[in-house]
Design a protein around this ligand. Structure first.
Ligand SMILES: [Zn+2]
Length: 109
């Protein structure tokens, strides 16, 4: 299932074929032991929610459409809720959302 970053706005110039190439890499990376171990923990990288591994998606921290790449340092397990928010929020709104989560986690909620 390919669903990264088809939201509106904030497109930047990336080399032709960049997104397609990186999505192919993501597909391969999803099959690796490394990724399977990451989602086996069943936890969303952003909100910390417990999520069944099959419901975790691979999210690019720096979106492909903004020049991000499929590397182990740039992909995280992400729940559907965060994934949707990230897709439809503007980058600035997403930052705010992360701060809200951070504040919540610090309070032990
Ligand atoms: Zn989440």
């Amino acid at each position: 299932m390919i669903e990264e970053m088809q939201g509106p706005g904030f497109l930047v110039e990336v080399p032709p074929g960049h997104v397609r190439k990186e999505k192919e890499k993501a597909r391969a990376l999803r099959k690796t032991q490394w990724w399977q171990r990451r989602i086996a923990k069943g936890r969303c990288h952003y909100c910390g929610a417990s999520v069944p591994p099959r419901d975790l998606t691979m999210d690019h921290v720096v979106p492909l459409v903004r020049g991000g790449r499929t590397t182990k340092g740039n992909v995280v397990p992400c729940c559907k809720e965060c994934n949707n928010k990230k897709k439809y929020y503007l980058p600035i709104e997403w930052e705010e959302y992360l701060k809200t989560l951070q504040a919540g986690l610090n309070k032990g909620e």
